[in-house]
Each structure stands twice: as C-alpha cells, then as structure tokens.
Ligand binder design. Structure first.
Ligand SMILES: O=C(O)CC[C@@H](O)C(=O)O
Ligand SMILES: [Zn+2]
Length: 463
C-alpha cells in the first residue's frame, strides 16, 4: 500500500498540482470504457516531459509501486484500469505535436496527442493519418500504440503498427530507449519497437512516437447494402474486392440498425428492412470506378446477395452512412453490453459465424444479440445486451459461462480471442485459447527483461 510519505515524494517529481488523489479524479482516471472493474488507484500523476516520466518510473521501481498508463480511457479490455491501488500515469499534459517532416511524411507526437488531433494535423499538411475509429475524438496516440489500435480502415491501411516509424519509450527499468528512429530500412537485429506496440504498457511507456502519414484519399464514396443473410456477405465482399480497391468493408445486423434509428437523428439508408447490412467504401477516382461500383451492385442484386442499396452522393451522405456503423458501440452502451471482439482469417468467416451464431442462439435464447464488425478483416464484434430483469452481476456471470464455447470455437478456427481491443484484464484468463503455453512463457520472459520488478501495468495480458 502506498502511504502519504510516498505520495509526497511523488509530488516532488512533477510540477505542482500534477498529482491528484481526490475521489473524483481517482474514479475518472482509474478506469476505461469497460466499466467492469471498480477503479481503485492510489493517485494520478500527470508528467509533462520524458524526464518526469522517467523519474516516476524510477521512483516506482525503488518503492515497488505498480503503474498503470492512462490515455483517452476509451479501451474496451480494461488494460488501462487501476483496480488495485496502483498509481495512474496520465499523459494528458504530453499532448503536443513536436515535429513534421514533409519529405519523410512523418510527424512526431507526444503520447497524449488525441487521434483526431493527428488526423487534423495531417489534413492541414494535405496528408492523411489513416487509422480511424469512433473514439478518435478522445483516444490518444500512446494508447493506440499500446493496444495496436485497428478500426474501420484496416482492410486498406492495416493496424496502428503499420504507421509507427519510431518510438521513444521508458522501459519498466526506467531506461530511455529510442527505437528505429523513423527509418524505413533498418536491418540491425530485433525490432524492439514492435514489442512495445500492443504491449498494453506492460513493458514500458511510450513517451514519443514518430508516425507515418499517407496521401489523402480522393473522393471517398460509401455504399450501404441490405443483405438477406450471413451467407451473402462474403460473396459480396469478393465481388467488390475483385474490382475495387476498398478502403472499408463493414457489416452490422438489423438489430444494430434498429438501435441507431431509434435515436431519431440519423436517417435510414433505404426503406427495405434487411437482416444484415454491409457498408463498403472506395475512392471514386474516376467515372470508370464509379460505374464499376454500380455494375457490381447490380451483379450482387442479380445473384440474390443484395436486396437493396444506397450510394453516397455527397460528403454529408458519406458521413451519415458511416454513422450507421460507427455509432453502434456508443448507442448500445446504455444497455450494458457484454462484448466479444474476435477474429479468424477472412476465408473462414462464414463457417465460423454460423457455428458461433448457433452457440449464441442456443445459450442466450432470451438475450438480445447484436452482430457487427470489420468483416473485411475477419473481425466480428459480438455484443449481448443485458435484459432489464437481470442484475449486472447475474448477467455477466451468465455470459461468462458461454465464453468457453465461444473461445473453443475461436481456437478450433485458429482465430484470436481479441482481434483489436486487446487483452487487458477482460481476456487475460482466456489468453491460452489464442496463444500456446510456450508463447506465453516467451512473453513473460520478455516482460521480465524490460520490467524486472513487475511494476508496469501488472495483471494485464497475463498474471
Ligand atoms: O463496442 C464494440 O464492441 C466495438 C467497438 C469498436 O471496435 C467498433 O468497431 O465499433
Ligand atoms: Zn471495432
């Protein structure tokens, strides 16, 4: 347990007022969006420089105090939750863009830079930061790197990992490492940068990141298609992918759409009611491309894969169509959803989905089950909504009993029990379904190298 003397010592390492211990701050900074674990940090510290982060980590080593990193707190796996008296290191005051290089097309950021801030900065430079998701307005670059954030454009641009050109980190041992230094080519042995991406702060803290930028997409155009069943999804994806370079291929069920439309602020895509919807996006670079999209639509209708559809004709329509998909997570949040974020290779999605849907239907006959996700990446989000008559604990306990069947299916399909939300505390006990015992032993050994005293976000990913 951390006593007042230790907290006073911590206060000397940062600027005045940058250690908070009031109940409100502990509650706010001690949790992420999972809301599944009660936050109980001992203090929140806000460093303003690399040197201050380093001093905090050294102090934590000296006194064996556990540290939890905190960014935009939009995570969905409880990786940034401090539930056991840890000190939370929040990067809100390290939120500046430090440098831009137009030749390298790179931008150097402090970890607290908000994703949207980077996206807007890139736009000002007539470039593009392509990692995007609904929480881009709050999530921070440090957290995106810690979780290797994915989102809605992965089919074309890949995960955050693809965009990290260099990192400065403070390891759990308190050392500053400068990893890869923005290079494209660097064949000098182990690429330690990659270890810190997706490590959920268990090896050290990212204190600076050089991110790559891309050319801006031109004339982005979205289509929302209504589909009769799951089976129509993959042939539709293949048909479009064969002729168009897609920037997104997402899907959601009618139940998701019902929840969105019930808000009353987003128009329905079209009148027909369909069991499933796909949202695809491409750059309409020429009339030929636009015509190809329409031909593909007609082809899919003829094949019986698509029942109805709409194509965006303006920037506003593009935005509205995207909201049908992007706003699902936030819209269903008040229904206390039980979440699963799973993936398999794209070719295995149809069989996998069928098996899972049967498991879910058999085990949750009285629950409302919502399917959506990044189907073009093989990534499904399964959300189960809590019925009013069940307590939160009862509901989560019932969902957890079915996890075993879901994860066994994931394992049989060589899939992942966490496609893009990370492991944190929510998936920790299930890691063995996706990683072998030998792999987990290697991961633990790696952690011991960078974090010999086990102070960096302990209890996340594995115990
Ligand atoms: O809340 C979820 O289950 C998914 C959130 C996010 O990854 C999304 O794709 O909308
Ligand atoms: Zn997602």
């Amino acid at each position: 347990m951390i006593d007042a003397v230790l907290i006073d010592e911590l206060k000397t390492l940062v600027e005045p007022g940058k250690v908070l211990t009031d109940a409100d701050s502990l509650n706010t900074y001690g949790k992420d969006w999972t809301r599944q674990f009660a936050p109980a940090p001992a203090a929140i510290v806000f460093p303003k420089s690399i040197e201050e982060v380093q001093a905090v980590v050294r102090w934590a080593n000296q006194h064996k105090v556990a540290l939890v990193p905190s960014g935009g707190r939009t995570g969905l796996s409880a990786a940034a939750v401090a539930a056991h008296g840890e000190v939370v290191v929040a990067f809100d005051y390290m939120n500046r863009i430090l440098a831009f290089d137009e030749v390298d097309r790179s931008v150097t950021c402090q970890p607290g830079v908000v994703t949207e801030q980077l996206q807007n900065f890139a736009e000002e430079k007539r470039l593009y930061y392509p990692v995007d998701f609904a929480s881009a307005g709050s999530s921070q670059i440090g957290g995106n790197i810690g979780t290797n954030a994915g989102g809605i454009k992965v089919i074309r641009y890949g995960m955050t990992r693809n965009w990290v050109a260099g990192l400065k980190v403070i390891t759990g041992a308190g050392e500053l490492l400068e990893l890869n230094k923005g290079l494209i080519k660097n064949a000098t042995g182990y690429d330690l940068r990659q270890l810190f991406i997706g490590a959920e702060g268990t090896l050290g803290f990212v204190v600076e990141a050089t991110m790559r930028l891309e050319r801006q997409p031109k004339n982005l155009t979205a289509m929302v298609l209504g589909l009769p069943d799951f089976d129509a999804l993959m042939p539709t994806l293949h048909a479009f992918q064969n002729r168009l370079d897609l920037t997104a291929f997402e899907f959601f069920s009618d139940r998701c759409l019902d929840k969105i439309l019930a808000r009353g602020d987003i128009p329905a895509p079209f009148e027909s009611h369909c069991p499933f919807y796909a949202l695809l996006e491409f750059e309409a670079l020429s009339e030929e491309v636009a015509n190809a999209a329409l031909e593909l639509f007609e082809h899919c209708v003829e094949q019986g894969w698509v029942l109805d559809g709409v194509i965006s004709q303006s920037e506003q329509q593009l935005k509205n169509l995207w909201r049908l998909r992007e706003d699902i997570s936030e819209t269903i949040a008040p229904f206390t959803p039980y979440k699963n974020d799973i993936s398999v290779t794209v070719s295995r999605v149809p069989a996998f989905l069928k098996e899972l849907d049967a498991i879910v239907a058999a085990n949750y006959p009285d629950f409302e089950v919502l399917w959506y996700g990044h189907i073009g990446d093989g990534n499904l989000h399964l959300n189960i909504l809590k019925p009013d008559n069940l307590s939160r604990d009862e509901f989560f306990a019932r969902c957890a009993t079915v996890n075993k069947w879901v994860f066994e299916t994931v394992e049989r399909y060589n899939g992942s029990i966490s496609a893009e939300h990370g492991v944190g505390m929510t998936k920790r006990d299930y890691l063995g379904y996706s990683r072998s015992a030998a792999e987990i032993a290697c991961m633990k050994a790696i952690k011991a190298v960078f974090d010999p005293n086990g102070i960096m976000n302990p209890g996340k990913i594995f115990v």
